[in-house]
Write a protein that binds this ligand. Structure first.
Ligand code: DGI
Ligand code: FE
Ligand code: FE
Length: 194
């Protein structure tokens, strides 16, 4: 295996709990598969997948402190729901701690939780790989979305957002929906219906 991926894997094993580490490896390989399907650089996709949740196991108060210290701006929604911060902070750590300079990889990590309107191919690969990787079991419609992901990437993005928003609206998280998640859904609904 690629030396850079291998050494980051070893570091992440220390930073993440067991199930998060297993999810991370699942996302790395699933991102590699989607890259094969859509003609993207496989190594870059795997590196982004490997690092996408690198900030996930940092306690909330520490995440907020680290953002303050490093001038990473947080929205109200992020401050109120600190688990959302791992995306932005993850992109920061991917660069500063794990030495990744590639802006495409850093961007894909930054937007992986909410998505973003007009995502590039790598953004969409990571957004979907995160949702469909084999260790995921809870989300509804997983078999269907797994299939669509390899058929029509934009359609899979719409379905994923539809289910995520449905889940958030039904749960106590209703008031915590990030406007970017909604904007992303609206954007891809249009793109897909064209
Ligand atoms: O870090 P992971 O668990 O692997 O995956 P993730 O970074 O996509 O986070 C998934 C969670 O984030 C899932 O419970 C849905 C939630 N989420 C996605 N968009 C929003 C959101 N939560 C809130 N509060 N607001 C959002 O807009
Ligand atoms: Fe995440
Ligand atoms: Fe994840």
């Amino acid at each position: 295996m690629d030396g850079q991926l291998h050494s980051i894997e070893k570091e992440l094993k220390k930073e993440l709990d067991k199930s998060r580490y297993e999810h991370t490896i699942g996302v790395m390989y699933t991102a590699g598969c989607l890259a094969m399907r859509y003609g993207y650089d496989m190594k870059k996709a795997m590196l982004a997948g490997l690092l996408h949740d690198c900030a996930k196991n940092i306690p909330s108060d520490k995440k907020i402190k680290m953002c303050k210290k490093n001038h990473i701006k947080l929205s109200r929604i992020e401050t109120e729901n600190p688990y959302l911060i791992h995306a932005k902070l993850g992109a920061f750590l991917a660069k500063e701690k794990y030495g990744v300079e590639d802006e495409e990889i850093l961007h894909a990590i930054r937007v992986h939780t909410t998505g973003a309107p007009a995502m590039n191919l790598l953004d969409k690969i990571i957004f979907l790989a995160d949702y469909i990787e084999p260790n995921r079991t809870k989300a509804q419609n997983l078999p269907q979305i797994r299939h669509i992901a390899f058929e029509d990437i934009d359609k899979a993005v719409v379905k994923t957002l539809e289910d995520t928003l449905g889940y958030l609206k039904d749960s106590r998280k209703r008031d915590s929906i990030d406007p970017i998640t909604l904007q992303t859904y609206e954007y891809y609904k249009e793109v897909h219906n064209e």
